[in-house]
Design a protein around this ligand. Structure first.
Ligand SMILES: Nc1ncnc2c1ncn2[C@@H]1O[C@H](COP(=O)(O)OP(=O)(O)OP(=O)(O)O)[C@@H](O)[C@H]1O
Ligand SMILES: [Mg+2]
Length: 309
């Protein structure tokens, strides 16, 4: 990351108030205790990568942050809001669905699978939530959607339907859709693991750009290049606890715990791992396919008049 882009990051470290403050978070499914007391602080503008083997509780923890799961113990604050609960004299009372939905609005989530509306165009997918959930005017939602499409390198695809896009392009639309709500926090759950290897770089490039623009992000990933180059901090989880955390280079290059070492040696041996995160989606595409004349890559798309959107 260049001086200029890292300098653009806003951090709140001086005030000491983390954007995400999770304390001793516990979660069980029946008698299976999946989270055994997770503590995590994420400051505004930081990128945290969450690493760990399958079943270690990474997804569950992300789902607890945005209250897709209830928690059994501990507390999670996002931007000062106690997520999912009201604290009345030390006892937690569950908020109602409307209150939880309002809290969740400030958090964008991108999953392994893109979950785009198949019958809506790219632009419509991105405009949907701001209009339906926030009651934004169509013109404003549209203007932001167009800007976001440009940001994710898909300015030429406003009228494409998801089935007309590659997996990497769909995932970039999914990122734009989450960003359209102008979230204060973005959660990514293995956003590249369902993609063909050659499409991983273009999605990581978009995430890298969001990070350098100061987006606060928690990213569950097996892409060690991304963690090493983009994260401010990495957290290694295993068996529902944080085993090790710290500066990405020290944790990834010099892990202290045997469990971290064993996990890292497995993921780093994965054949499709990206070695360097491309700076832009276009760079990722050129790296895979070589330069092509403009337009040649475009999937044939049935264009609709802009007014239809
Ligand atoms: N809704 C659920 N009901 C019951 N058990 C669940 C549920 N969700 C997760 N679990 C269990 O919780 C444990 C942790 O799952 P989780 O999905 O959080 O792991 P993970 O670290 O994200 O794994 P992966 O890398 O495979 O995505 C697993 O044992 C899983 O089976
Ligand atoms: Mg998971």
């Amino acid at each position: 990351m260049s001086e200029a882009t890292s300098g653009a990051k806003v951090t709140d470290r001086d005030t000491g108030m983390p954007l995400v403050h999770a304390v001793n978070v516990m979660k069980s499914f029946h008698d299976n205790q999946v989270l055994k007391g997770i503590d995590l602080d994420v400051h505004k503008g930081q990128v945290i990568c969450l690493l760990g083997p399958s079943g270690s509780g990474k997804t569950t923890f992300l789902r607890c942050i945005n209250q897709l799961e209830t928690i059994d113990g501990g507390r999670i604050w996002v931007d000062g809001d106690l997520m999912g609960y009201e604290d009345r004299a030390g006892t937690l009372h569950r908020l109602n669905n409307k209150e939880i939905a309002a809290q969740r609005r400030g958090i964008g989530m991108v999953f392994q699978r893109f979950n785009l509306f198949p019958h809506k165009t790219t632009l419509e997918n991105i405009m949907e939530a701001p209009m339906q959930v926030k009651g934004e005017k169509k013109a404003q939602a549209r203007e932001r959607a167009i800007a976001l499409l440009e940001r994710v390198g898909l300015a030429d695809k406003p009228a494409a339907y998801p089935s007309q896009l590659s997996g990497g392009q769909q995932q970039r639309v999914a990122i734009a859709r989450a960003m359209a709500m102008q979230p204060k926090l973005m959660l990514f759950d293995e956003p590249t693991s369902a993609l063909d290897p050659e499409l991983v770089g273009e999605v990581l490039a978009v995430m890298r750009e969001l990070a350098s623009d100061g987006t606060t992000m928690i990213v569950v990933t097996h892409e060690m290049s991304f963690a090493r180059e983009v994260a401010d901090h990495v957290v290694f989880m295993d068996g529902g606890v944080v085993v090790e955390q710290g500066d990405p280079r020290s944790v990834i290059n010099n892990p202290q715990h045997a469990r971290t070492r064993s996990f890292l040696s497995r993921v780093q041996a994965e054949p499709h791992a990206v070695e360097d995160v491309p700076a832009t989606p276009e760079e990722a595409i050129i790296a895979v396919d070589g330069p092509r004349p403009a337009g040649e890559r475009s999937v044939p798309v049935k264009h609709r008049p802009e007014e239809d959107v």
